[in-house]
Design a binder for this molecule. Structure first.
Ligand SMILES: Nc1nc2c(ncn2[C@@H]2O[C@H](COP(=O)(O)OP(=O)(O)OP(=O)(O)O)[C@@H](O)[C@H]2O)c(=O)[nH]1
Ligand SMILES: [Mg+2]
Length: 390
């Protein structure tokens, strides 16, 4: 090997060690399955390559012998590389925008169809896809590798107390997920950001699980999903020995428990803690322990976050009715001689902005909808109530 070759090899090796983003991207590239996932990875790789080009990553020149003929007058190899990269990046960005728009449209229509979204988030390898399978009874690719899942997978989940929901599996998080990567996977992570509930899956057998939880919280913050309702799901409890697991579960609930603490019989239970702490569920996605309890907890948690009511709008309240439709809140309606009977069933977050409507409409809605949520049956708002408000 010539000294030059040796130096290049050195540079390359060095670069693989320090280039964490590049390494992660390589893994991502091997795992991406869908069109969207592949686009995201290629885009991120090119952008990453562009930052290295600026620093003069000269061995690329030799690799791109075929492109020499494209070089414009007076253009150096570096400039050419940069231009070609820039063009490809632009092309990919345009395609990504299209895919993102499609995804956003699908998400909005799901909201309109009143299906709440429950997203599985968590550190890579925590068992999200396995849990996804256990919850939906489907077979999604799960493997003992980092980043087995790159593309979000969506399934409808029936049989919950709160009605059907959409369950979303997502890409695993890691410590210090480079900022560029968060941006690159924006549309995948948007599934988490726009969810109604997050199941934060933790590998209970991981000795570093507490740090992992903090790492995931940090990424959630970065994508603007840290304020969403969450259930902490401690998975893989089959790997904890029974006695230790019992103590663990007892320790987490010490002092705040609504039920008496017990032993390993607590495995598979759900703890509802006080003082703003997250509810915790203890499950094994592999053995199925605790899955029923988790399903029940999801139903309860989502029940809190939805507004359900029936309203009777007089036929002259067309403007308010239009607003309800535009916001995607109307689950069903029929009209008779008394007016429009409108069934509202929607996430609270979509309903609350309407409480600010002018002309008394907002106050009227607030009174009707919030009262109705405590007793989610028929709300006796009558046309005369509606006229009284002015
Ligand atoms: N023993 C045990 N292993 C589990 C359990 N859940 C998942 N695993 C294993 O953990 C590994 C990772 O599972 P995945 O479901 O692919 O993890 P993931 O969180 O989806 O990983 P990424 O998609 O890479 O983020 C696989 O080998 C699973 O079989 C569990 O409850 N018990
Ligand atoms: Mg997965």
């Amino acid at each position: 090997m010539s000294p030059v070759q040796e130096r290049n090899l050195e540079k390359l090796t060095e670069c693989r060690v320090v280039d964490r983003t590049g390494l992660i991207l390589d893994i991502f590239a091997q795992r991406a399955r869908s069109h969207e996932g592949k686009l995201q990875v290629e885009l991120a790789q090119l952008k990453h390559m562009a930052t290295r080009l600026v620093r003069g990553w000269t061995h690329l020149e030799r690799q791109r012998g075929g492109a020499i003929g494209l070089r414009g007058p007076g253009e150096t190899q570096l400039e050419l590389d940069r231009r070609l990269l820039g063009e490809r990046v632009k092309q990919l960005q345009k395609r990504m925008e299209k895919v993102e728009t499609q995804r956003a449209t699908a998400r909005r229509s799901r909201q309109r169809n009143e299906l709440p979204v429950v997203a599985l988030v968590g550190y890579t390898n925590a068992g999200k896809s396995t849990l996804f399978n256990a919850l939906t009874g489907s077979a999604v690719y799960a493997a003992n590798q980092l980043f087995a899942t790159l593309d979000p997978t969506l399934r409808r989940l029936d049989g919950l107390d709160c009605g059907p929901v959409v369950l979303a599996d997502t890409v695993g998080f890691i410590r210090d997920l480079p900022h560029d990567l968060v941006a690159a996977f924006r549309s995948t992570l948007a599934e988490a950001r726009d969810a109604d509930l997050l199941l934060h899956v933790v590998d209970a057998s991981d000795p570093e699980r507490d740090e992992r939880i903090l790492d995931v919280e940090r990424v959630l913050k970065e994508i603007g999903a840290d304020e969403l309702p969450q259930i902490l799901v401690y998975n893989k409890i089959d790997l904890l020995d029974a006695e230790a697991a019992g103590e663990e579960a007892a320790a987490t609930v010490d002092g705040h428990m609504s039920e008496p603490a017990a032993s390993s019989a607590m495995i598979g239970r759900v703890d509802y803690l006080e003082g703003g702490e997250l509810p915790r569920a203890w499950v094994s996605a592999v053995s199925g322990a605790g899955i029923d309890g988790l399903l029940h907890a999801i139903g309860l948690r989502l029940g809190d976050e939805r507004v359900r009511a029936e309203l009777l709008l007089p036929s002259d309240a067309g403007r308010l009715r239009a607003r309800l439709h535009a916001q995607g809140l109307v689950a069903a309606e029929h009209v008779d001689e008394r007016g429009w009977h409108i069934r509202i069933d929607a996430p609270r977050a979509l309903v609350e902005p309407l409480f600010g409507l002018p002309g008394g409409d907002g106050d009227w809605l607030r009174a009707r909808l919030l009262a109705a949520t405590d007793a989610p049956t028929y709300n006796r708002a009558t046309p005369s109530d509606l006229r009284d408000r002015s």
